[in-house]
Write a protein that binds this ligand. Structure first.
Ligand SMILES: NC(=O)c1ccc[n+]([C@@H]2O[C@H](COP(=O)([O-])OP(=O)(O)OC[C@H]3O[C@@H](n4cnc5c(N)ncnc54)[C@H](O)[C@@H]3O)[C@@H](O)[C@H]2O)c1
Length: 453
């Protein structure tokens, strides 16, 4: 009987309370489980016990307060005790990339710490993203350290998290969840848990699920690279990438994503690299994944080149550049892998005076931070809109134009404004993937050979 899993599992410990773990803990608690959250970051646990979340995620803070009050969610500094008192542990710790390979340091530490208190009949679920083969290795490691047998004494499943920060609370409930195990009883146990807190469950084995998680993020990464390359072509031939994509996307089997300054964040580039690194000799057959990486990694350089070119046409002395938005995507307070940060840093290194405004993130070494968008734009020769945070989208362009140097440039990567509104505000306008304002003769000379008469 000791090996049977509980018929009504109710107690969950969530290990790792970051951008995925904390919303997951809230989601489990909202579904009626009694949840204990654990993190190695003691300061974070102390703050959470006081009801404070250390990052911005819509609806997270209110749910946190409600669930803590209802005593459905608590925070612990004693993982072993929490594991002993739970029916299952879910692990949401980082799995970064290091020297081109998955770095398992955090995950192995979490697994080992859970294993110390693992009882018969308990389930461990890994929600962190892993590469193919890792779940099997983790199972073997647990068996070795505990002398318990997988599928008989303890259960193990993989349920990769697929939500996007900024909409995590909603997506955790509403999206289908991949739940995987190579052991049918583990799968059954895990399905019962996720059926209670997600829209639907897609059952799988370990390897297919590990690959599916990487495949979905890589698919988006490649699609963005495609949009970016299309943007470069548009610039050459004098077309507009957003109009080209709109027209092409009217085809029922086409969905081109949006071109931009490359791809940042903690997931898409990393997951694509995990997938690409599974091929030993990718260059032998020409890898889409590696090519996508070249295109996406080129985009920040392209933006910098364009920025320098714009400044050359008008300003001779040291120019001031204002960057609006530094996070890796709109409305998140996360600058991990942000291409806007890369652009700001490179412009600073190139000798420009750089200022920035971002309502969510503070970043060191990228220039002077301003907490007001208009003071950030004061006397700027070039304003680069890098991220379309709501605060930037809602900004008064006339006031930005008044603050900037007369005749200054607006380089609007996410196309928050347009050429006519910029011109009305006294700014010259540039974006990516569109015909740049140049003399007739330059345009003809720069058209591809096949198009020249
Ligand atoms: N952030 C995303 O957009 C996203 C989306 C889907 C999947 N994921 C995956 O989810 C996993 C977690 O990512 P995240 O963005 O939440 O990371 P994060 O850095 O925001 O949070 C991770 C948390 O784990 C804690 N931690 C580290 N080692 C620990 C340990 N041994 N025991 C307990 N806590 C520990 C850290 O202190 C931190 O609070 C990663 O594998 C990531 O690839 C992330």
């Amino acid at each position: 009987m000791g090996s049977r899993f509980p018929h009504y599992p109710t107690r969950i410990v969530v290990v790792g309370l970051g951008r995925i773990g904390l919303p997951a803990a809230v989601n489990f608690a909202s579904a009626g489980f009694r949840v204990s959250g654990f993190d190695v970051d003691i300061k974070k646990i102390r703050q959470l016990r006081k009801g404070h979340c250390d990052f911005h995620e819509p609806r997270l803070q209110t749910s946190l307060t409600r669930l803590q009050k209802a005593k459905r969610l608590s925070f612990s500094l004693d993982l072993e005790k929490s594991v002993r008192e739970s029916d299952l542990a879910t692990i949401c710790v980082p799995t970064p990339i290091s020297s081109g390979r998955i770095d398992l340091t955090y995950l192995l530490a979490a697994i080992d710490n859970c294993s110390k208190a693992l009882r018969r009949g308990q389930l461990i679920v890994v929600e962190s993203t892993v590469a193919p083969g890792i779940c099997r290795k983790l199972v073997v490691r647990i068996e070795r350290t505990t002398n318990l047998v997988f599928g008989r004494d303890f259960f193990f499943a993989y349920a990769p998290e697929r939500v996007t920060p900024g909409n995590a609370i909603h997506e955790m409930k509403s999206m289908a969840r991949i739940v995987a195990s190579d052991d049918p009883r583990s799968l059954d146990f895990a399905r019962r848990i996720y059926n209670r807190c997600t829209a639907s469950v897609l059952a799988s084995n370990f390897t297919d699920a590990e690959l599916a998680k990487l495949a979905e993020n890589s698919f988006r990464y490649v699609n963005i690279a495609y949009a970016n390359e299309l943007a470069l072509v548009c610039e050459k031939v004098g077309a507009d990438v957003s109009n080209v994509a709109r027209l092409a996307n009217s085809h029922p089997r086409v969905r081109i994503l949006t071109a931009g300054a490359g791809v940042g964040g903690p997931c898409l580039p990393k997951d694509t690299q995990f997938l690409a690194s599974l091929l030993k000799h990718p260059r032998e057959h020409g890898s889409i994944l590696w090519s996508a990486r070249s295109v996406n990694e080129y985009m920040p350089q392209h933006i910098i080149k364009q920025a320098k070119q714009a400044l050359k046409t008008r300003f001779k002395s040291k120019s001031t550049v204002t960057i609006l938005g530094l996070a890796y995507k709109p409305n998140v307070d996360d600058a991990r892998g942000s291409t806007a940060v890369e652009i700001a840093r490179k412009l600073l290194e190139a000798g420009f005076a750089v200022k920035y405004y971002d309502p969510y993130v503070k970043v060191k070494g990228v220039g002077q931070r301003h907490t007001d968008i208009y003071s950030a734009c004061r006397s700027a020769d070039l304003i680069v809109i890098a991220v379309a945070h709501d605060e930037i989208v809602r900004a008064d362009l006339e006031r930005i134009g008044d603050a900037a140097k007369p005749g200054g440039w607006l380089f609007d990567i996410p196309r928050v404004f347009n050429e006519s509104s910029a011109s009305h505000a006294g700014l010259q306008y540039r974006t990516i993937g569109a015909r740049q304002v140049k003399s007739e003769s330059t345009e003809i000379n720069q058209a591809p050979q096949c198009l020249r008469s």
